[in-house]
Design a protein around this ligand. Sequence first.
Ligand SMILES: [Zn+2]
Ligand SMILES: [Zn+2]
Length: 651
Amino acid sequence: MSDQIRITLPDGSVREYPNGVTSLEIAMSISEGLARNVLAAKVNGTVQDATRPITTDSAVTLLTWNDTEGKATFWHSSAHLLAEALEELYPGIQFGIGPPIEKGFYYDVDLNGQHFSQEDFKKVEDKMLELARQKQEFVRQPISKAEAIAYFEKKGDPYKLDLLDRLDDGTITFYSQGNFTDLCRGPHIPHTGFIKAAKIMNVAGAYWRGDEKNKMLTRVYAVTFPKQKELDDYLFLLEEAKKRDHRKLGKELELFAFSEKVGAGLPLWLPKGTMLRERLENFLRKAQVRAGYQQVVTPHIGSKQLYVTSGHWEKYGEDSFKPILTPEPGEEFLLKPMNCPHHCEIYKTKPRSYRDLPLRLAEFGTVYRYEQSGELHGLTRVRGFTQDDAHIFCRPDQVKEEFIKVIDLVLYVFKSLGFEDYSAQISLRDPANKQKYIGSDELWEKAESAIIEASAERGLRTVTELGEAAFYGPKLDFMVRDALGRKWQLGTIQVDYNLPNRFELEYTGSDNQKYRPVMIHRAPFGSMERFIAILIENSGGNFPLWLSPDQIAVLPISEKYEDYANEVFLTLQENDIRGYNDLRDEKIGRKIRDSEINKVPFMLILGEKEQAEGRVSVRKKGVGDLGSMTIAEFIGFFQNEIKPAAQPAVL
Ligand SMILES: [Zn+2]
Ligand SMILES: [Zn+2]
């Protein structure tokens, strides 16, 4: 064994250390500040305790709270701390498993009849922090299976014994901190002192090993942070997210509704929601016309044979809506699950030449897919929805240019609607498993490099995933981060070599030979339903002025000014300014409050003085009083406010 080992750091630098050095000591040699933040380390690709000795030349990455794996180690260690706190407060409690999750961690426990609910959370949180302040080290101890079994038999922990049953002797480790010992393969943070804030989020029932034949345990969900402020921020965001829940706002703002009688997962668009939706459609329709798309309309059903040809019947038929029968024996139709097959048939309505391509067919096409009732969620998971769909039929040499154009369209949509933080995923073939994809090597290479180059040319922030492509072609998916930092998957652009084959699409080349076009599916919004849900949650219902269902509210302070209010309202309508005239017999304070609840951007208040001078008093939501204006002044002001989105930069 050599005395010195070589440690390669992520920046490529190599340093020598005594054999047996720990990651924590390596951190210390770099800076004390870094060492204070090290939670764990990745050594030759494996995450381990920062306190484990390293005995061979290794590549070492120090992990802190800013790394996903650092956070996971922090939260998993917090699960041990939670268990220790619970054991002190609930003697005899038995433990299942305690893994980290996306945000925090849980521990499954058997309280053996002891009561534990919301009012006990604070007590447990306080105990966790009291124990954390003792800065107890997490001590790793390899142990034989026999000794491990003896330990948990003595302690009386049947679930740990069940876990041990499936482990091999020689691979088992215990971790202890303070008075608590757990069966665990680690890794853990150096000591409990890193944990400065703890919150029990909720409890739920969970069957042991997820099997309903087993006993129902109590799953305690919690989250911890290295700073109290981070916990405060997190809880604030959760509250904000609840307030912005599109299901709640959709109801309050009267945008959409669901009816059991109509059926689960089938949204009903109310007048205001319909207005919003039509605005969005018109916005995209206009942009698409500028980008060379042609609008088409296809029916909501299609013969079963259409979907047998497209392959959808084979793939989804069994798990979706059943065929519609007619009085004609043997005649079967399906609710349209996709628009693509219809568009392929439009392509085939006449012979196409290389000069006709690209052909871009767009449709706000409503499709129906059966989702399990448990999967349904507001507007984001529904059974009937409208895609902002389009299919581009082009020559293989046009794929890159078409991709660039679609990327431009998608980015234009994002920017116009206030999504500034976006990224994209490029999904390519698994190079080790090429036979599972259809289409020639040459076509794939061409399309893949077209997507990569197009993304680079447009400066997209991308991650590339090998093996994530569909069997019929590579794709580009867009993700946006909303105002609360949540990630949503939005539009997608997908190359398809499959449907042109199945539908035997052709074009005549300049050499008079027949060729297959490439098909590109794309939907910048994804679906109108899902996109509006995200728009509501991102804006909290405060839509951009051009999208607001009600842009203004005319609020006369009493019925004496009804005629003047009508005159003002009519003039605004004539100038394409939408809203309502509140002629209710209510106090002006009440009318203003209701307009605020409805998130109306501008309130025009009028009374004696305004009527006499032919003016209105303008209030802007979130800003306050803008003073008095003549109607013409307000119209000019309004048109200026709406401009940035209504007249977006040319594509
Ligand atoms: Zn552990
Ligand atoms: Zn399609």
